[in-house]
Design a protein around this ligand. Structure first.
Ligand code: NAD
Ligand code: UGA
Length: 450
């Protein structure tokens, strides 16, 4: 009989991942538990007002919630009932003590291990879903297997989904990675985990490794992606200085099949909850193992990213006659990318703060992320948060397109031009608008890397 599953942590990773696992494994019960009762209530809300926005998620949850997918705060019962326990709690950057600003804060993670140990009455397979430093599984196994009659086998099954495309990424992943101990118990546990995914993922896409490779691969994969974004952004500045066009350069670089076209879009820099945290974690690991040159190498990916947002504000400053004080600037987009309401580490946050430092009258519009924007910037006063783009643009001296929301190119830019102060500037930091059309209307246009 197929084993039941619980995931501890009902966030961006736990909710969508378990919803798809439940959909594809109708003969298993899947529980998602969390200490945050508000979050669980939202997952259970009658009108499907889920705690996160993700295209296609509501449909999957509608299909399986109450059938074989259950959201609850009752961690004890779920741990007792299920033989397979995913751990998808948050692992933010540690902000205190040893490794502050770089290492992973593992307190939520260790608390979860202790909860599992407290409530378990039978043997369990514990699967790391969170992104963790290499060798965390050893710590987890040590905590779980210390003076207990139950046997715990710890696997690593890092998640590669991206926000905004989470459901597609889960249904049709490039690969699934499962790392486990190479002894007999470990191999049986790996097969149990493989079986969950084999319900819909072709077997050749399910890759198995030892635990340490799996843990490190997740950090390395995010670091490689972040590095590509920083690399193209480093070229973008050079394009602006020389008359080259970064989109043309990226297109030709990406046509080399050894490099490939993805993740070469210059922009305001990467955001999101994971790239910065995971690269910093890698930096910390390299330092801990005495690999200072490797640590510096990866640290530069973050420095380059910060520089990109500073550059946006510097260029605005120069283009707007070396003073931004009392001018109105409207940020189009606060989410860290399109199709999500997530604003964690969003480049818009940093740009907003730099603009407020310059005494700008700031207005922010976003179709999904205004509530988070308000919350993130709650320490700053005088910012307008406006849903309607046309209203947000009223009287503005400049618009900065920070998020590549799909409908931005289809807005009535003539109407926007009419309500702005002149000269009216658009800084398209995502290179997603038709610059020639904007210039025809009368806008002064800035782009990244052009
Ligand atoms: P999140 O903050 O959205 O969700 C984590 C949840 O864990 C929260 O709801 C929190 O209340 C809960 N939690 C914390 N401690 C708990 C405990 N002791 N018992 C029960 N619940 C507890 O975080 P997230 O974005 O889902 O990320 C989780 C992990 O997944 C991180 O390690 C992250 O790096 C990794 N990851 C995230 C993504 C993504 O797209 N967000 C993608 C891949 C990997
Ligand atoms: C990223 C990875 O893509 C996932 O594989 C990984 O699972 C996840 O992190 C994680 O570990 O949390 P995510 O952060 O959701 O996913 O979104 P991405 O699509 O990777 O975008 C990250 C940032 O890079 C965004 O701000 C995006 O706008 C920016 N980006 C991306 C660019 O500026 N240019 C690009 O070409 C691509």
């Amino acid at each position: 009989m197929n084993k039941n599953i619980v995931c501890i942590g009902a966030g961006y990773i736990g909710g969508p991942t378990m919803a798809v696992i439940a959909k594809m494994n109708p003969d298993r019960k899947v529980y998602v538990v969390d200490i945050n009762a508000d979050r669980i209530n939202a997952w259970n809300s009658e009108d499907f007002n889920l705690p996160i926005y993700e295209p296609g998620l509501v449909d999957v949850v509608k299909e399986v919630r109450g059938k074989n997918l259950f959201f609850s705060t009752d961690i004890e019962s779920a741990v007792k009932e299920c033989d397979i326990i995913f751990v998808g709690v948050n692992t933010p950057t540690k902000m205190f003590g040893r490794g502050a600003g770089r290492a992973s804060d593992l307190q939520y993670w260790e608390a979860t291990a202790r909860e599992i140990k407290k409530f378990a009455t039978t043997d369990k397979i514990v699967i790391e879903k969170s992104t963790l430093p290499v060798r965390t599984a050893a710590a987890m196994a040590a905590i779980l297997n210390d003076s207990t009659t139950c046997q715990f086998t710890v696997l690593s099954n890092p998640e590669f989904l991206a926000e905004g495309t989470a459901i597609n990424d889960l249904i049709d992943p490039d690969r699934v990675l499962i790392g486990g101990p190479q002894d007999a118990a470990g191999k049986i546990a790996i097969e149990e985990a493989v079986a969950i995914y084999a319900a819909w993922v072709p077997r050749e896409k399910i890759l198995t490794t030892n635990v340490w490779s799996a843990e490190l691969t997740k950090l390395a994969a995010n670091a490689f992606l972040a590095q590509r974004v920083s690399s193209i952004n480093a070229i973008a500045g050079l394009c602006e200085a020389t008359g080259a066009d970064v989109d043309e350069v990226a297109k030709v670089i990406g046509a080399d099949s050894r490099i490939g076209p993805k993740f070469l879009k210059a922009g305001p820099g990467f955001g999101g909850s994971c790239f910065k945290k995971d690269v910093l974690n890698l930096v910390y690991l390299c330092e801990s193992f005495g690999l200072q040159a490797a640590a510096d190498y990866w640290d530069q990916v973050i420095k380059m990213n910060d520089f990109q947002q500073e550059r946006i504000v510097s260029r605005l400053f120069t283009e707007m006659f070396n003073t931004l004080a009392n001018k109105k600037i409207t940020l189009f987009g606060f989410a860290f990318k399109a199709d999500t309401g997530d604003t964690r580490e969003t480049p818009s946050g940093k740009v907003a703060r730099l603009l407020v430092d310059e005494h700008v009258r700031l207005s922010i519009t976003d179709p999904k992320a205004l509530a988070n924007a308000r919350n993130d910037l709650s320490d700053l006063s005088g910012i307008d948060y406006v849903e309607d783009e046309y209203k947000a643009a009223e009287d503005a001296d400049a618009i900065v397109v920070m998020t590549d929301w799909r409908h931005y190119p289809t807005l009535d830019w003539k109407r926007i031009f009419e309500v702005m102060r002149k000269p009216a500037l658009v800084f398209d930091a995502r290179n997603c608008l038709d610059a020639a059309m904007l210039k025809d209307i009368g806008f002064k246009v800035l782009n990244i890397g052009k």
